[in-house]
Design a protein around this ligand. Structure first.
Ligand SMILES: [Zn+2]
Length: 480
């Protein structure tokens, strides 16, 4: 493919070009895994596969301690319908991107780097290449990894997207849900007629529930619940429904409720809402400059919640934790524990509140879960609590020898300001460190922008810098 002509190191780019011709959506990686397996056997490397679909390639070198290089083979395919294969790769300035789809540099570049490293060094230096599947759909390969032949006690995950940075820890997490059975009745008829209005709040920043939670912006569900609570003091309204949020890993940026009240209270409603809007603007003005409120008439529902039930639901939402819950004492800018009040839905006689929580330590996650469970108990016999199996976090040492060696290698590769970081999101290192507890890990990678979107692109220069970084790091680890 023309985009790859003259790119260095050529073996690395040739592997990436070949991957671009194979299907790699999560769950469809088998042809790509087969191709890597065949490549490994051609070169005299050993291979092992597990039932989850992961592949381990071990090289025969004997000089120095074994080191593992790890990357995920799967990618996010956008657009999902008629995803192009081979991916038409285009070169523009320093960037490779796909003409109209995701590129799959996340994490195809990592796979290609590991393969090129094995060809360059593997006959000399014992390398374990661990290729995983299903990363993009819940770290499935890493979570279910039963590979037995890993020799290395140090693992370099190649799935980071920022050169000059060494990730040393990630968050674990899970989901908690609270359900409340709703006590409903038909709306009472006011003598002067009723109004049914849909009140919505939107235009908030939202963002990723892990990476953006530190921004401490507003949550649309919380703002709506506060407004509904305060409205009680001004208007005797019935609440028919509440809904807000879109996905567990997204901070809600919109929420809406349907209210029924006597037409005579229309002015009181409007005045109270103006007051509430002003309070919200004052509280969140700088953080959330684009909050929009909208009131529209809508069809009268057949039932509303009884007053006590309405208040119980509002109290439950108001008491649900959202935002950063704890920071690392040594690095107070880094979030250690957080909750995202992600979704609220009322459907028929059931209200559901979904929380997605993240924590660097499993104990902190369980502590947070206890608080959410306690809310269900306080909300009474009509409320219940459920939680998913948590996925593990990874709490690598800030100053581990592997981390220090990686910082020095970045310095040498042209990044004198190289930094270490913890990320408040899930990484395969979390699942893998639960499976291989005595293996020290880092996560590093070249520059990729716009992953998971059709603007995904990888910097050619940064791949070359990364290659220099990796060779220098492996040389250090081999002798150190
Ligand atoms: Zn990735």
């Amino acid at each position: 493919m023309e985009a790859f002509a003259d790119l260095q190191p050529s073996a690395l780019w040739a592997h990436f070009a070949r991957l671009c011709a194979l299907p790699r959506g999560a769950g469809q990686e088998s042809a790509a895994i087969d191709a890597i397996d065949a490549w490994a056997q051609d070169r005299g490397f050993s291979t092992e596969r597990d039932p989850a679909g992961n592949l381990l390639v071990t090289t025969p070198g004997t000089k120095g301690a074994p080191i593992a290089l790890q990357a995920h083979v799967d990618m996010v395919c956008v657009p999902e319908q008629s995803f192009p294969l081979p991916i038409p790769v285009v070169k523009r300035d320093d960037w490779l991107h796909a003409s109209s789809s995701t590129l799959g540099a996340d994490n195809g570049i990592g796979v290609a780097i590991a393969m090129a490293a094995a060809e360059t060094l593997g006959h000399d230096h014992p390398l374990d290449l661990l290729f995983t599947v299903g990363e993009e759909v819940g770290l499935i390969g890493a979570m279910n990894c039963t590979i037995t032949g890993l020799r290395a006690k140090r693992l370099i995950n190649l799935d980071a997207e920022e050169p000059g940075s060494v990730t040393v820890a990630c968050a674990g997490g899970g989901e908690e849900s609270l359900t409340l059975t709703l006590d409903r009745m038909p709306p009472h008829r006011a003598p002067g007629g009723d109004l049914t209005l849909q009140l919505s709040v939107s235009g908030l920043q939202g963002g990723h529930s892990g990476l953006d939670i530190a921004r401490s912006g507003a949550n649309a569900i919380q703002i709506l619940a506060q407004a509904l609570w305060r409205l009680r003091d001004h208007v005797a309204y019935g609440l028919a429904s509440v809904r807000g949020g879109s996905a567990d890993n997204v901070i809600p940026n919109e929420a809406e409720a349907v209210l029924v009240f006597g037409a005579a209270d229309d002015r009181d409603f409007a005045a109270a809402l103006e007051q509430i809007k002003a309070q919200v603007a004052q509280r969140y003005g700088a953080l959330e400059p684009n909050i929009q409120w909208c009131v529209e008439s809508t069809a009268t529902p057949s039932t509303i919640m009884r007053t006590q039930c309405r208040d119980r639901l509002l109290n439950l939402i108001l008491a649900t934790p959202h935002g950063p819950q704890a920071r690392f004492p040594q690095q107070p800018t880094d979030i250690a524990t957080s909750a995202n009040l992600a979704i609220v839905r009322t459907e028929g006689d059931l209200a559901t509140v979904l929380i997605s929580s993240r924590a660097a330590s499993t104990q902190a996650l369980f502590d947070l879960r206890e608080r959410v469970r306690a809310l269900a108990v306080l909300a009474g016999p009509n409320a219940s609590f459920r939680s998913t199996d948590p996925y593990p976090g990874w709490d690598g040492a800030w100053d581990a020898p592997l981390v220090n060696a990686a910082i020095a290698a970045w310095n040498e590769a042209g990044y004198p300001e190289a930094t270490r970081q913890r990320i408040h999101a899930g990484l395969e290192c979390g699942a893998l460190s639960a499976r291989f507890p005595d293996v020290e890990m880092i996560s590093v990678g070249p520059r990729i922008l716009g992953a998971h979107t059709t603007s995904e692109k990888v910097s050619i220069t940064s791949v070359q810098e990364f290659w220099r970084f990796l060779l220098s790091l492996l040389a250090t680890l081999r002798t150190g």
